[in-house]
Design a protein around this ligand. Sequence first.
Ligand SMILES: Nc1ncnc2c1ncn2[C@@H]1O[C@H](COP(=O)(O)OP(=O)(O)O)[C@@H](O)[C@H]1O
Ligand SMILES: [Mg+2]
Length: 317
Amino acid sequence: MSAVVFQQVSKTYRTARGPLQALREVSFTIEPGEFFGLLGPNGAGKTTLISILAGLSRATSGRVCVHGHDVVDAYAMARRCLGIVPQELVFDPFFSVREALRIQSGYFGLRRNDDWIDELLVNLGLADKANANMRQLSGGMKRRVLVAQALVHRPAVIVLDEPTAGVDVELRQTLWQFIARLNREGHTVLLTTHYLEEAEALCHRIAMLKAGQVVALDRTSALLSGRASTMLRFKTDDPLPASLADMARVTGRIVQIKAHDALEVEEILSTLRLHHVAVEDLEIGRADLEDVFLEIMQADTAPAFLDHPSPLEEVPS
Ligand SMILES: Nc1ncnc2c1ncn2[C@@H]1O[C@H](COP(=O)(O)OP(=O)(O)O)[C@@H](O)[C@H]1O
Ligand SMILES: [Mg+2]
């Protein structure tokens, strides 16, 4: 049985400015033991999808099941399988860290959970904060407590919504070591992140969400190899010839151009020579997930059509 099934999930928010469709028929399945990444720019609908999974928000249509339990009809059973680390830092300021974790254990009917709570505290670098009051903790420490809270009942499926946004490198490393261990021990992980290098390193499969729709879904290795696989990076002060400017990503003096194979690399280099573009610090490397992400996110959008008008791909009016 699948760990998580999203079946044609749509969500429309009623807002003061009219209806806003945050999700459009999102369907995908996460298998037990997978480390699954959900990527997408701000506003793509990632948090909306996770709050529907968590039972905090209702889908307008479609359904979601966790280990066979419908998140609406069998909320308690589904919730028991889930450990959710929310994007927002929400916590009760009146309790100590240990008290907060005991209370959370109580919600799941776990009375004697201190051995596991201690293990969580140690693995998340919170051991010396066990008796500190929640309101005394820094943002990074609060984030650790949220992770610990999500894990008190040893959920089969761990869901992390941007867990490393704005946190220090040390916590990122501690967190990933621990989550990767839990994944090796059989826990399923669903992660949303802005840090594409984290997703590339950790996730077996990745879905990319854009304006509420799944626009890519594949094994991480297939996403990386299926597209332009080579990236030329160099610095220059000279203008690029139009034929290259169209395909280049330019950040200040840094130019990045994708190539599909060695022949294309050769062509790009000879075009640069032909136009007397002085190139510094030339590197030829493998495209990474960020390159793939940008390529997918830039495709099929109105602004992209302005740059590359194509009569075959009119935006429907
Ligand atoms: N409670 C809400 N009410 C109205 N609109 C919302 C609400 N939550 C999110 N949205 C809108 O839904 C879209 C998706 O948001 P969200 O799921 O938070 O995206 P992400 O997590 O990918 O950044 C955005 O346009 C956002 O403004
Ligand atoms: Mg979000």
